[in-house]
Design a binder for this molecule. Sequence first.
Ligand code: FES
Ligand SMILES: [Fe+2]
Length: 384
Amino acid sequence: MTLESPIPLASFDQSVQPVNTARSLPPDAYTSDAFYEFERKAIFGREWFCVGREDQIPDPGDYFTVTMAGEPLVVVRGTDAAISVLSAVCQHRGALVAKGSGSCGSYLRCPYHWWTYDLDGKLVTAPQMHKAEDFDKALHGLPGLRVDRWNGFVFACLHADTEPISSRLGEFGDYVENYQMGDLRTTEPVTTVGHPFNWKLMVENGIEPYHASYLHHDMFEFPKERNYTTTAFESDAAIVSVVNHGFVDASLNPTYRPYFPVIETLSDEDRRRFGFAAVPPNLMLGWQSDLIFWFLILPTSPHTVDLQWGYLLPQSSHDLQMFEHLLELSHAGVEDYNSQDLPIAEDMQVGLSSQFAPQGRYSHEEEVLARFNRWLLARYRPVE
Ligand code: FES
Ligand SMILES: [Fe+2]
């Protein structure tokens, strides 16, 4: 079946030009119900998306749940230590077999009528079903998604043919290799719900360096020489903005200094820059000398998202006695930026619903946005 964009693709022609002539996406792409339904299939139904970190579920039976663009999922560590991403929708009558996070032992049991699935999603028991004619348990398992892993992050895909994300992220992996992200451990992610803006605004805000010197002018002395570099890797699988600030170990908090010990494997060059990256559609990363913050963008409607935040640090930092206190301070530093960024995204959602909403021109410092637009357009185009 061919998917067709309810916004004519010609309206995006200018969005994918080189940045000096490009314009932002058509406003309807941020506000239209029909376009969001299209994106649910064309983007979230076809592309790999991030569901969280492997180290959230270290032991067999550990699980967490996540809802991606309306699909309730459970991410579970199997008895063989492999990770499965399963639909959390019970195949009896649609209750959810898991919510929140924790350990489920060896089985996922639906609370409604106790249909019970193993950690691969196979239906193993279903009470009082012996009179149901031709009932074959093998046909009623929890649907499983494809799973891929990269640097400790778990990705899932609803589509059978999409090329594995890890093979596309090789170059980006080399670029951030000194952080040894796969060995870092995450803090327990915190979810904030119901932010009133379209999911794409959060991707854009997370990688666009243009606003930093203005919206955040009172927060940090961003380099006057505008020393930003942007990089994209193979097929725009990761879109990166780097702020070369020149100070060693500058950090996003009021002291400008890292609260945790510097990650030992960083080079001098790494320690003189912040990096911000999107792994579209929904994984965002930011790195400084002592930690990496990551968050997931979880769309819930055309005009709402949930966000899930965590921090990656070496085990030696997790082991510090002051860990919780230092984490609170680090988080407060990041929150200062969020307290400026998130209200702007809310305002933009209002602005983009106006009859005067622009399909606006970009500064050269917004080159990453033209790249993101190209990533999107490659997926909006009809595929059989
Ligand atoms: S809906 Fe799950 S067992 Fe009935
Ligand atoms: Fe910002």
